[in-house]
Design a protein around this ligand. Structure first.
Ligand SMILES: [Zn+2]
Length: 259
């Protein structure tokens, strides 16, 4: 079956040209050995995702390929390009950490491309299938009147980009409980009126982002000083630098900003 090829080198994507789509001409890649390969389908179309080791960078550049940081590339693509690229990256990320059966420790094998139902790898010894790991995380747009709460992650410098509060779902929690807990922990405020908006696979390395809106109920927003360095209530006209298009955080903020 004809397929499209997409390739990654570390946290960069490899492209034929900086402005085009990420699908590569396979002959350009033939001279360089990949580290991992995965066939998959998205929306009825066939794709092949490849990852190359860092040492292959010079050879790939010599073959005329351009490297671009993945997040920078994602913001340029339409949904029909973005989604299969994210799926391929997620599968490669998973393959790099799911190499052995969790029950008996035998090295896992990839099924034939025609038999990739659910994306699992199976154990040649005990037969147990291992499915791609997905880590659900909740992201919340908190509103107070006509303002929203934006947060600067402690990993980003002062004056850097702001985003939304988010956190991983813990065992035994509902999504709503995760949202309330994360906002309480990171910002010291209470929220209510939670409303589900949308979801997005986010393979950095294996998240599924579940987006909610919520209303501020009480408390003064104060950053926890660990994960969050700065919090700011912002109106539509006073937004700082925000996440790039292609991320669900941006989708949530745009819904507010353009409403
Ligand atoms: Zn096994």
């Amino acid at each position: 079956m004809a397929h499209r090829t997409i390739a990654f080198l570390g946290s960069d994507i490899l492209m034929d040209s900086p402005d085009g789509e990420p699908w590569l001409s396979p002959p350009r890649l033939e001279a360089v050995e990949e580290e991992a390969q995965r066939s998959f389908t998205w929306s009825g179309e066939a794709f092949e995702a490849l990852s190359f080791p860092k040492e292959a960078g010079a050879a790939l550049e010599a073959a005329g390929l351009i490297r671009m940081p993945i997040r920078q590339a994602l913001s340029r693509w339409p949904e029909a390009t973005l989604r299969p690229a994210l799926k391929g990256l997620g599968l490669l990320n998973w393959m790099s950490t799911a190499k052995f059966c969790g029950a008996c420790g035998t090295a896992l094998a990839d099924p034939a491309a025609a038999d990739l139902e659910g994306g699992a790898r199976s154990c040649p010894d005990c037969g147990r299938p291992t499915f791609p790991r997905i880590s659900p995380a909740v992201i919340v747009l908190v509103t107070r009147g006509d303002q929203i709460l934006l947060a600067r992650n402690a990993k980003l410098p002062a004056g850097g980009r702001f985003g939304l509060l988010a956190g991983f779902v813990e065992a035994g929690e509902t999504l709503e409980e995760t949202a309330v807990r994360e906002v309480r922990e990171e910002a010291g405020i209470e929220i209510g009126d939670l409303s589900y908006v949308a979801s997005q696979p986010w393979p950095f390395p294996d998240s599924l982002m579940l987006a909610f809106t919520a209303r501020w109920l009480s408390g003064e927003a104060r950053p926890d000083g660990e994960e969050i360095a700065e919090l700011r209530w912002c109106g539509r006209d006073g937004l700082p630098e925000i996440p790039p298009k292609g991320s669900i955080a941006r989708t949530l903020i745009d819904r507010f900003a353009l409403a």
